[in-house]
Design a protein around this ligand. Structure first.
Ligand SMILES: O=C(O)c1cccc(C(=O)CC[C@H]2O[C@@H](n3cnc4c(=O)[nH]cnc43)[C@H](O)[C@@H]2O)c1
Length: 216
């Protein structure tokens, strides 16, 4: 069983990388790929990687913002669906995405009803974690206006900068996959001092290592 763990930055999966060093698993071979921040970098790196070797399972791991203030920092969730939050046009005060202006069809593969949905087909032993929906954007949302626009239009629970690119690449290549996100901040008017990145990285890697250890 070949497992690929990918993250935007090395920091996000450093504890896993340290854990894997010098370890050999009986039932799996784990490799890691740092894809870079954002959809463009992620799509390129994943496309290049999958062109050379296809894993049996791909896992994207990263920190993320959440929209619901009742969620605790460091909460780890699995993303079951992704939407593109800022690929479209501005029309005076309104924003229209590619589906709204008919430049892309809602069910054009690998989209289903405008979403990049993970059915978790072929994923062995999916971790027992809460499942949530994601929106992927190029600019971290940091205003009440953008937060409300995304909530009204996409009803996301979680915001990242890479999730949709990962879903897209795995769906196109027919590779079983899941996206793990750990909450480092709320999507709100930007206040970096409130972000809990070390906590989110710790809980993210605890979940990752627990999953990988099942294959020992
Ligand atoms: O502005 C800074 O100083 C700064 C320092 C460290 C990290 C950042 C980020 O913006 C991290 C982006 C990175 O993490 C994911 N992420 C985390 N929270 C969010 C969010 O609220 N909205 C979107 N993405 C988020 C993202 O996937 C990137 O990989 C800034």
């Amino acid at each position: 069983m070949k497992i690929l763990v990918t993250a935007a930055t090395p920091f996000e999966i450093q504890p896993l990388i340290d854990h894997l060093a010098g370890r050999q698993y009986q039932h799996c071979q784990v490799s890691t790929l740092i894809g870079g921040i954002g959809m463009m970098h992620t799509a390129y790196q994943l496309g290049r990687h999958f062109g050379g070797s296809k894993p049996d399972l791909a896992i994207q791991a990263g920190i993320a913002g959440c929209f619901d203030h009742s969620w605790e920092m460091g909460k780890v969730v699995i993303i079951d669906r992704e939407q593109l939050g800022d690929l479209g046009v501005e029309d005076d005060q309104s924003y229209k995405d590619l589906f709204d202006i008919q430049l892309w069809q809602p069910d054009q593969p690998p989209f289903t009803n405008r979403q990049l949905i993970n059915t978790f087909n072929g994923v062995p032993d999916l971790p027992a974690l809460p499942v949530a929906s994601g929106v992927t954007i190029n600019t971290v949302s940091g205003s009440e206006r953008t937060r409300q626009l995304l909530l009204d239009k996409y009803q996301p629970a979680v915001e990242s900068m890479e999730g949709a690119a990962f879903h897209y690449a795995c769906l196109q290549e027919n590779i079983p996959f899941f996206q793990l996100r750990s909450i480092s901040n709320y999507v709100e008017v930007r206040d970096k001092s409130k972000w809990k990145i070390p906590l989110a990285i710790q809980t993210l890697n605890d979940a990752l290592i627990k999953y990988i250890e099942r294959w020992n």
